[in-house]
Write a new protein. Structure first.
Lengths: 226, 226
DNA sequence: GGATTATTTTGCGAGATGGTACAAAAATCG
DNA sequence: CGATTTTTGTACCATCTCGCAAAATAATCC
């Protein structure tokens, strides 16, 4: 898992470009790419999620993406840039899986349940074991030393807070919560619940237990029984 | 910060053993140690908390502890063992700072406030910026790949859950909580609040904001106003 | 004082690491 | 076809990494 000396054969998937470029690409000039940047970035993201920044070597990334190092460097920049791009990609995917749930009209309790179910799907995915949340598990670790990563982490944290806050605010307006409920405090508890399941999933707490934690937290936030 | 080639002079603190050994040590036989294992372990812990496992090199540890590598190796074993011993030390210290608060008799709200204040003291300490919680920030990251570390992390998580649960159970018996309050669910929210401030402190969220989050969470758990 | 014991010190070695230089390869353009 | 352009593949570098062996040092024991 650490070194490689990649077998030089079988490195080239024969189907390397079904249609050369999605659409409207006039026709690229030089030698065609042997990889698809989007899926390579996904592989890099998988690795960073599993191992974190420092424990992931360029050889690991090279092997996982199928790109050799110079190609990696040319496509994404150095290791830190690749990490940041992976993190951006992660956040886009995570946001995409939740934005619909925040937008649609539905009862508060159901909305919370679906948000947490989506989060668990993300945190528990992974071939070699659940990987938790990128923000919580690896990015927060890098955040002390790297202002750019820290800014992204902060942005992610407050973004989640705000999404939950507006969701509680709407619920209060619709009479699903008592008049004196504090949407901001509730949102922070809702975020904290996200964080606790992110951490616990990384420690391989089984999904059933995580779901029980979620249910208990929802009860505390909106009142027991549905 | 990465390499060293330590200046060979000035490496030996002249006061290296005020009293050779605390007490009852009959008299150590060979050359005396130039370091105190306890404080060296503390320095190692500081580094691991700041940088995590993979990003911390033996040279870093050697420089921080003042021990050269073979001495480190002899005293603590290899890097992973040193990491585990550091983590044990961290947990002992953290437990020591909280056990009194859990044991003493006091109103629920005050107990929670003091627990969170103690946690913030730990998370926000550090010369070069707050370091968060070892369990949450670095150990959880290693937990996927290392069963021994994972077991320790799980033990830490459930230990905190249980401490909070018994605290809520007592409060309910004393009438500080409604009869239908669920101590386990409340405990998990209390743990989640610990986790969220651990993560946020790592992202340099200022103490004032963390305290506001704590206050909001306490209100949600035990009911607004004190 | 000499033997014994425990620790420090120096330094090494095999290998991994992040990053890059450079030529060969594979496409389009004229 | 040859020129141009872009990417790939190989090889390399300087540094860092972990762990260890061998020798030097400093204490106690007899």
């Amino acid at each position: 898992m650490v070194q490689k000396s990649k077998p030089p054969a079988a490195a080239n998937p024969p189907e390397r470009r079904g249609e050369p470029e999605r659409r409207s690409e006039p026709k690229r000039r030089g030698r065609p790419r042997a990889y698809e940047p989007e899926i390579a970035l996904g592989k890099a993201l998988d690795l960073f999620r599993k191992q974190g920044f420092a424990a992931t070597s360029l050889d690991d990334l090279s092997e996982a993406t199928g790109m050799n190092r110079p190609s990696l460097y040319g496509a994404f920049g150095d290791k830190r840039e690749l990490y940041i791009k992976s993190y951006q990609r992660y956040r886009e995917e995570a946001a995409a899986s939740m934005v619909e749930i925040f937008r649609q009209e539905m009862p508060l309790r159901q909305r919370l349940e679906r948000i947490y179910a989506a989060a668990l799907d993300i945190y528990l995915s992974g071939d070699t074991g659940p990987r938790g949340c990128f923000t919580v598990v690896t990015a927060a670790s890098e955040a002390v030393g790297d202002p750019e990563i820290r800014a992204m982490v902060l942005d992610g944290l407050t973004g989640l807070d705000k999404a939950f806050a507006s969701c509680f605010r709407r619920a209060r307006e619709k009479g699903e919560l008592p008049e004196n409920a504090d949407p901001i405090a509730l949102a922070q508890v809702a975020s904290a619940t996200i964080h606790t399941i992110a951490i616990r999933s990384r420690a391989r707490v089984p999904r059933k237990e995580l779901e029980a934690i979620v249910k208990g937290a929802i009860d505390v936030m909106v009142g027991a029984k549905g």
